[in-house]
Design a protein around this ligand. Structure first.
Ligand code: UTP
Length: 293
């Protein structure tokens, strides 16, 4: 059996939910406290044992490449000033190679993954999306890779979402359940409100077999007029087993404004440097806005 060693991180979307911030700056570079969201994703891939990452970029995404490059001038400056903790933060892991490919037009997530087909070749591979940051004892992607080792089949990460949010996600219709793993009857992208077959939503972590490219090659459009990865997974499930895995850990939705802000607050509260002052500030704000308890 081939091991999962490569990961695709699609980052070529327009980020319209964060306009105007994302007009000239990639949404993936927006920071949660002091780290760009895409670095959390790269760190998860490295912690999961991925050896090669390809980031699918597009127009206006150069700063992603600069971020993962060495910056010798900055490093020398920090070294000379003895700022070794910061130096540590700007240096990147040498355990992984990061490659780039451009998606010439944002035709959808399925198309972005398809753009990396030659990098993947005939191996199983991972896909991680920057809209979800996962904090867990075992990295989210590693949990799926472990499932792949057991099943030799594609595994899609899912978690439960409330009824009023199912229309925003790819949703599965489960068939049978073994522990946290589901055999899947159907995958449906963004079902209309009230029609979702379950509350199990796809959360931006995938391990896929290369046969997925047979379906992505067709370039069929789906929900929102985009080439959807979920639609190709649904077709893949007709020719080989595709499992869903309800991975452990807390998921932070940073792909929309409110989730981005609450995640920033949660991560800031985990940062000892600012935790106390932030709590005092929030306590004052609550009293100011809602009156004393
Ligand atoms: P999203 O739909 O969340 O990202 O796609 P978006 O399109 O950038 O954001 P909004 O909806 O306009 O605010 C999920 C992931 O897929 C990538 C995005 O960069 C994001 O990481 N993506 C999406 C592509 O790489 N190419 C596409 O054509 C579409």
């Amino acid at each position: 059996m081939q091991k999962v060693k490569k990961a695709i991180i699609p980052a070529a979307g327009l980020g319209t939910r964060f306009l105007p911030a994302t007009k000239a700056m990639p949404k993936e570079m927006l920071p949660i406290v002091d780290k760009p969201t895409i670095q959390y994703i790269v760190d998860e891939a490295i912690a999961s044992g991925i050896e090669d990452i390809i980031i699918v970029t597009g127009k206006g995404k150069r700063s992603i490449e600069d971020h993962f490059d060495n910056n010798l001038e900055l490093e020398t400056n920090l070294e000379e000033k003895g700022k070794l903790d910061l130096l540590e933060k700007v240096r990147h892991s040498s355990n992984v190679d990061i490659h780039y490919i451009r998606q010439k037009e944002p035709k959808g997530l399925g198309h972005a993954v398809w753009c990396a087909r030659k990098f993947v070749g005939n191996e199983p591979f991972a896909v991680l999306l920057g809209d979800d940051i996962v904090q867990s004892d075992t990295p989210g992607l590693k949990q799926l890779m472990d499932q792949y080792e057991e099943t030799h089949a594609s595994v899609i990460g899912v978690q439960t979402v409330p009824d009023d949010e199912t229309h925003r996600y790819g949703i599965i219709k489960p068939a049978t359940k073994t522990g946290r793993r589901y055999a899947v009857d159907t995958f449906v992208e963004k079902p209309a409100k009230g029609t979702a077959p379950s509350n199990l939503a796809i959360m931006g972590r995938y391990v896929l077999t290369p046969e997925i490219f047979r379906f992505l090659d067709k370039q069929e459009t789906g929900a929102g007029g985009e080439i959807q990865l979920t639609d190709a997974i649904q077709q893949l499930n007709q020719i080989q087993r595709v499992f869903a895995y309800d991975f452990e850990g807390k998921r932070y939705d940073v792909g929309e404004k409110l989730g981005f802000i609450t995640t920033t607050i949660e991560f800031a509260l985990q940062n000892e440097e600012i935790r106390k002052q932030l709590l005092d500030f929030m306590a004052d704000k609550v009293t100011e806005q809602l009156g004393p308890k």
